[in-house]
Design a protein around this ligand. Structure first.
Ligand code: ADP
Length: 159
């Protein structure tokens, strides 16, 4: 079974990494799919985000995980790579509302496509990329939310 974990990952947080590790234990193949969103160019570039995720995959020996980028509809990407499983993380009720809408759209666009929700580890359920960007913007301490490597990249680029 091949599963896709789509997102912006701008930047990757320890909450995302936890989901990726859990997926590595669940599926034969895992594709972390970074959405190319031209409207959202701030913070890290696509290439920088990809690099950071690949480094964590190496550091954690996540041998089933690869990183790709995609543009346009997720369902088209899923067809392209031959997967019918999309995994999303759920942190709070607000995620649930937003995610169920998208999941229903996706399954109506691509019948048979399943969206699997993994509950966020409660230790990380408050962590978001937008929160990390906000803290980084004011040069605060991002170490509780990201890995050492991502922390270094943030410091190099913004501090
Ligand atoms: P998007 O811009 O598509 O919401 P994100 O990069 O913010 O992408 O998130 C990608 C996925 O990871 C989403 O399913 C999101 O709910 C999940 N996620 C984000 N932060 C966490 C966290 N702290 N714990 C678990 N899942 C998370």
């Amino acid at each position: 079974m091949k599963a896709i974990y789509p997102g912006s990952f701008n930047p990757l947080t320890i909450g995302h990494l936890d989901i990726i590790k859990r997926m590595n234990a669940m599926y034969d193949e895992v594709i972390v799919a970074i959405l190319i969103n031209e409207g959202k160019k701030h913070f890290f570039s696509l290439e920088e985000r990809k690099e950071m995720i690949m480094k964590e995959i190496q550091n954690n020996n996540l041998d089933k995980v690869t990183v790709m980028t995609f543009e346009g509809l997720l369902v088209n990407f899923a067809k392209q790579v031959g997967s019918k499983i999309v995994v999303r993380g759920l942190r709070a009720v607000t995620d649930y509302e937003y995610e169920t809408k998208i999941a229903l759209f996706n399954s109506s666009l691509y019948p048979g496509l399943e969206t699997v929700f993994l509950l966020s580890d409660p230790r990380y359920s408050y962590i978001s990329s937008s929160g990390v960007r906000e803290v980084a913007h004011f040069k605060g301490d991002v170490s509780p939310y990201v890995t050492k490597n991502v922390e270094q990249e943030i410091k190099k680029k913004f501090y």
